[in-house]
Design a binder for this molecule. Structure first.
Ligand code: NAP
Length: 543
């Protein structure tokens, strides 16, 4: 049975909830969950609940989550249980009621009433309510998770088992995938919070009974629920099956990345059975702790026997961690990754039984930048290119330019980093690079600049500023080439100034699309739909 999409609605009034349920159905939901925690306070409200169910345009789950399990209902427990009993035995019962394992197993009396709500007599009328037995933990993985699951399995009245807890890291999702795959009954196993998004998107791959989505960005009834539009539109939930290969973007933060948008659309365009998801791996101030968490997570993803994890993009701040891990694991690195110590792509090939056949690491940022510069300059060998910055992207691009035969000049706010980068390049390519002081960058003579600083980046250190001032545009000729790597916003101050001065500009979207296209081709072995990628990114960033 395909995994259902359920829109969860926090009911304030019957009319508004019914209207939202209609919208949910129109936009592709299979069922709705009515969270009546606030609508219901005592049996006096029963007629409203009955009216809600009666007018539901979709099959529904009725949930009245008490405060002690993370909900809003703080009324009398007997009234809540009596409400379920009356709902289940009414003329128009809901398809499902959700009752917490703790409530169901607390007393024989409560259990009896719930059983009555889902009992055989109502089934004979072919109108019956099924019991979703649920357990939640909003703080983290419950230490007694296994015991809770076994207790659910001991309850014959439960038609569906549901487990939800806040994920502390991506690794928590993997345990939930195993629970789903091994469950004797239909099961919902979801991780809450931003680390849990993949449990919601990948539920069909492991036979999950349903996943929850929200109609609007702000209307989630649990942390981390995707919108219905993203679930069905961006992640192509309906296309995900047991064989689907999993890719993603590893970084911190990754919530605003455009990569899921382009890769998932690309998979659809070329008919590739894959899905691309955000893979947040937290990083703190201590590089060793960040590396430890990156390593542990990535190895578990790669080695998980059921996940079909087939590769990922890696972004800030883990690009150097990827090279370090590759070295430790003996995974081959391409020349730029090995030389620069920074990489953005992992390609994992799997054998027929889901094992790892091979893993390798590539830097597509550098190839994308050098390709764009080669087109703008005619060719790269012998051309002078000034690289602004000495961080991860600067290292990769500067190394690739030196490898391609350019005369590379590196200038950086912190001069020691520029000097180190130049020394590293010259060790591999003698005399290919030299250092320029940061203050001299605007008066130097060059055929091209590449901005690899984060100056101009939205949310970055200096969003309104430009890495080059007016002096540079005053003395360098029209036609000087600028590659701006920053792509959010698309039109940075630097880009505008260069365009006004008649320079030949390449914006960050062009590089972003090309680095993504190269990843796509490594993973799928099919040509990437570059124009589609560019339209999607420009629409998203301009919109
Ligand atoms: P990074 O390792 O953190 O390096 C940041 C660089 O910016 C360093 O050289 C840093 O200089 C410099 N910098 C930061 N604030 C500055 C300021 N106020 N004034 C002058 N210089 C400053 O970052 P990264 O990974 O290399 O990424 C750099 C940029 O590349 C980002 O903006 C990102 O958007 C872009 N990028 C684009 C693509 C694409 O596909 N278009 C792909 C990847 C990255 P110090 O050494 O002095 O700190």
């Amino acid at each position: 049975m395909p995994t259902l999409v359920c829109v969860s609605i926090l009911v304030e009034t019957v009319e508004r909830a019914s209207a939202d349920a209609v919208l949910a159905g129109e936009h592709g939901a299979d069922l709705v969950e009515y969270r009546i925690d606030e609508l219901f306070s005592s049996l006096d409200d029963l007629p409203e609940v009955l009216r809600l169910v009666e007018h539901s345009p979709l099959p529904c789950i009725v949930t009245c989550r008490p405060t002690w399990e993370g909900g809003e209902y703080d009324g009398d427990e007997d009234q809540r249980v009596a409400m379920f009993e009356k709902l289940g035995t009414s003329d128009r019962p809901p398809q499902y009621i959700d009752v917490e394992l703790a409530a169901y197993t607390r007393s024989a009396n409560e259990r009896m009433k719930i059983d009555l709500a889902v009992d055989h007599a109502t089934q004979q009328r072919d109108l019956y309510t099924r019991l979703v037995l649920s357990t939640h933990d909003f703080s983290g993985r419950p230490t007694d998770l296994t015991r809770r699951v076994l207790r659910m399995q001991d309850e014959p009245a439960a038609a569906v088992h549901k487990v939800a807890f806040r994920a502390r890291s991506l690794r928590d999702n993997l345990e939930l995938f195993d629970l789903l795959a091994e469950s004797p009954k239909p099961m919902v196993a979801l991780a809450m919070g931003e680390h849990g998004l993949i449990s919601r998107i990948l539920a069909p791959k492991f036979g999950g009974f349903l996943t929850f989505a929200t109609l609007r960005d702000h209307s989630a009834t649990a942390p981390g629920q995707p919108t219905l539009a993203d679930l069905l539109g961006v992640y192509r939930f309906g296309e995900i099956g047991r064989q689907t290969k999993v890719f993603g973007i590893v970084g911190w933060p990754v919530g605003h990345s455009q990569s899921p948008r382009i890769h998932n659309a690309g998979f659809a365009e070329v008919g590739f059975d894959g899905v691309y998801v955000p893979l947040p791996v937290a990083a703190g101030d201590d590089p060793e702790t960040s590396y430890a968490s990156f390593k542990a997570t990535l190895l578990e993803l790669v080695e998980h026997p059921r996940l079909d994890f087939s590769g990922c993009s890696v972004t800030l701040p883990h690009k150097e961690n990827l090279v370090r891990l590759a070295r430790e694991q003996g995974w081959p690195l391409d020349a730029v990754s090995a030389a620069s110590g920074s990489a953005n792509t992992l390609v994992v090939e799997r054998d027929d039984r889901g094992g790892v056949a091979s893993a390798r690491v590539v830097n597509t940022d550098a190839a994308a930048a050098v390709g764009a510069l080669a087109r703008a300059l005619g060719s790269v060998p012998g051309k002078r290119v000034v690289v602004l910055g000495a961080g991860g992207v600067a290292r990769a691009i500067a190394f690739a330019l030196a490898e391609a035969g350019a005369k590379v000049t590196v200038t950086n706010r912190t001069p020691e980093r520029a000097a180190q980068l130049v020394a590293d390049i010259n060790a591999a390519h003698p005399d290919a690079a030299n250092v320029l002081s940061w203050d001299a960058r605007e008066t130097t003579t060059t055929e091209a600049f590449v901005n690899c600083t984060s100056v101009g980046m939205q949310g970055g250190p200096a969003p309104e500023e430009s890495a080059l001032g007016a002096a540079a545009f005053a003395h360098l000729p029209r036609g000087t080439v600028l590659l701006e790597t920053v792509y959010a916003p698309v039109r940075t101050r630097l880009l505008s100034m260069a365009q006004d001065a008649g320079w030949r500009t390449i914006d960050g979207v062009e590089m972003f699309v090309e680095q993504g296209a190269k990843q796509f081709e490594l993973w799928t072995q099919r040509p990437a739909p570059r124009e589609q990628f560019a339209c999607l990114v420009r629409d998203a960033l301009n919109g």
